[in-house]
Ligand binder design. Structure first.
Ligand code: APR
Length: 239
């Protein structure tokens, strides 16, 4: 799979991953735009915007609680684990659009969550925020200040956390290889990260069973799943 870039892989010092829902698909978590994707069944404008949240916070919370239950019962797959293993050989940074925390659960130590985390909650008014794996009985849950709590995720139309985005650009600008795994690159600004890397002469490598809008810009685009491809990538460095 990786023969044509094996030497570049061995010589690389810093590898940055940009990951999306596809890398967790083999952990039983649906993607958004794939065949059984969430946005094929649900209207994102009814469930993933601040307006829809204030319009019907109970509905939005019910949907996130379902996803949270599924995510909390899911396990990292060989794709997540391979990225964590790679830290033995290289400086590795993961820029993920995923809110599932599976990279960290697989052992990755340098993960930037561009779209927040479904494990975290925050108050819509005061600066309370926390991590929780409790399944809320009463929805929407209330903060001790009396206002509604919300999932600490980035909804459509909302800005990414500025510090995290600034750091993501710094990493994209300073990597030798960028591996884009399991994302359609349909959403900005995350889909600009490969452009930053390319402008800095990084090698772009894509892992995705399907074509994406940037497949043509990749040095290598491997049409398979991340759980199949990524362990093989690590085995090249082990050899
Ligand atoms: N391995 C690798 N890639 C896969 C796999 C797999 N097992 N299964 C599916 N894919 C690919 C699909 O072909 C698709 O290109 O993963 C991609 C998933 O794309 P999306 O569903 O669009 O998910 P993502 O790119 O993460 O979406 C970006 O959009 O809805 C918002 O905030 C949400 O973070 C999300 C953002």
């Amino acid at each position: 799979m990786f023969e044509q870039i094996a030497d570049k892989l061995k010589n690389a010092k810093k590898i940055v991953f940009v990951t999306g829902a596809g890398i967790s698909q083999e952990s039983g978590i649906p993607t958004f735009r794939g065949k059984d994707g969430l946005w094929r069944k649900y209207d994102p404008m009814k469930l993933a915007t601040i307006d829809s949240f204030y319009e019907d916070p109970k509905l939005v919370w019910e949907w996130y609680e379902d996803r949270r239950k599924n995510i909390l019962s899911a396990q990292p797959n060989p794709g997540h684990k391979a990225i964590a293993d790679l830290e033995k050989y290289k400086e590795v940074v993961v820029l993920t659009q995923n809110i599932d925390g599976l990279h960290q659960r697989a052992g990755s130590t340098n993960v930037l969550e561009l779209h927040g985390s479904i494990i975290r909650i925050k108050c819509t008014v005061c600066d309370f925020h926390d991590e929780t794996t409790t399944i809320f009985e009463n929805l929407p849950p209330l903060c001790k200040c009396g206002n509604i709590l919300r999932p600490d995720v980035v909804w459509f139309g909302e800005a990414l956390p500025q510090d995290i985005w600034n750091n993501a650009i710094i990493h994209a600008n300073s990597c030798d290889i960028m591996i884009i795994a399991g994302t359609s690159l349909a959403v900005s600004p995350a889909n600009t990260l490969p452009i930053y890397a390319k402008q800095n002469n990084a090698i772009l490598l894509e892992i995705n069973p399907d074509e994406t809008i940037m497949s043509g810009d990749m040095e290598l685009s491997i049409k398979t799943t991340s759980a199949k491809a990524l362990p093989e990538l690590v085995s090249i460095l082990e050899s």
